[in-house]
Design a protein around this ligand. Structure first.
Ligand code: ATP
Length: 277
């Protein structure tokens, strides 16, 4: 991690603080007064049975939904604290630098693997062009930015083991490779918070183990926070530093993997309660 950034990161201040978050759809309360914190340089897992509200939580954090109630504070090291619930969705990506992947992979399937990583850096390149047509061709700042963007894309292709497929259409990649490409694309936006919605879905055990290694290395090298929705418990228990459990929109537990494993409310939510005679 960049030394200046490391110095500015106060581990005592959470990267993301969720306070009293509530999201209603008409009469349905999908998220009900949920509060928790996600650390800098930490992997926070969000788990819970189907329909518990995990994706809705992500949609609130990443600006797809405006929360009905609640505060979402992002305290990244190198910028003023931001209140995500007050920001427009596209600014949460651009300014707050919160990146996400989706439960259903959303790549540009007709573009090459490398192009997917270049497109992710479009905003940075447009800034360097001065938002002018001529700037795209003439400005030295644009040429430098374009080279940096390509270098970053090449770096991430290598990190996720896709260099040999750089020119292939993204849609032709095997499923596990598409999942890795999505993570690489999110990392090309240089996020401070990376939100991953079921990154291990559809992966075989070997690919899941590789995913664990990749995510740990991202946390350790870049010092960013990772928020992870996942049903695969080998991934959740294997890499999360901290786990938040939702059930019917409410937080029922919050702790280390060992604490969560032993929590009676979590066991009840997953296994159900025995019928009383
Ligand atoms: N846009 C919406 N309009 C109405 N109801 C919604 C909307 N989005 C989600 N819901 C409802 O909110 C509840 C929580 O859904 P959500 O998708 O967040 O759960 P989840 O924990 O991510 O589930 P899964 O593990 O199955 O993906 C569900 O009852 C769902 O039907």
């Amino acid at each position: 991690m960049n030394a200046a950034l490391q110095q500015m990161t106060d581990p005592a201040t959470p990267l993301l603080t969720v306070e009293h978050l509530t999201m209603r759809f008409g009469g349905l309360v999908a998220i009900d007064d949920v509060s928790f914190a996600a650390a800098h340089r930490g992997i926070t897992g969000v788990i819970g049975p189907n329909g518990a509200g995990k994706t809705t939580l992500f949609n609130c954090i990443t600006g797809f939904y405006k929360p009905t109630v609640g505060r979402l504070t992002l305290a990244a090291a190198d910028r003023p604290t931001m209140l995500l619930e007050q920001m427009e969705g596209f600014r949460i990506g651009q300014q707050a630098r919160v990146a996400r992947t989706f439960q259903n992979i959303r790549l540009f399937t007709g573009m090459s693997v490398l192009e997917n990583l270049m497109v992710a850096q479009h905003n940075k390149l447009m800034r360097a062009s001065g938002y002018t047509f001529l700037g795209l061709f003439g400005l030295p700042s644009f040429n430098r930015a374009e080279k940096a963007a390509r270098d970053l894309a090449v770096h991430w292709l290598d990190r996720v083991g896709l260099t040999h497929l750089a020119d292939e259409p993204a849609g032709s990649l095997p499923y596990g490779a598409q999942r890795r490409l999505e993570i690489a694309r999110a990392m090309c936006t240089e996020p401070v918070l990376l939100c991953l919605d079921e990154p291990a879905a559809g992966l075989n055990p070997r690919e899941s183990a590789e995913l664990n290694t990749l995510l740990r290395s991202i946390r350790d090298e870049f010092g960013i926070g990772i928020l992870l929705i996942e049903h695969d418990m080998s991934v959740v228990m294997g890499i999360c530093d901290h786990i938040v459990v939702l059930d019917y929109g409410r937080k029922i537990a919050d702790g280390t993997p060992a604490e969560i494993r032993a929590d009676p409310a979590v066991i009840r939510a997953y296994l159900g309660e025995e019928e009383k005679e």
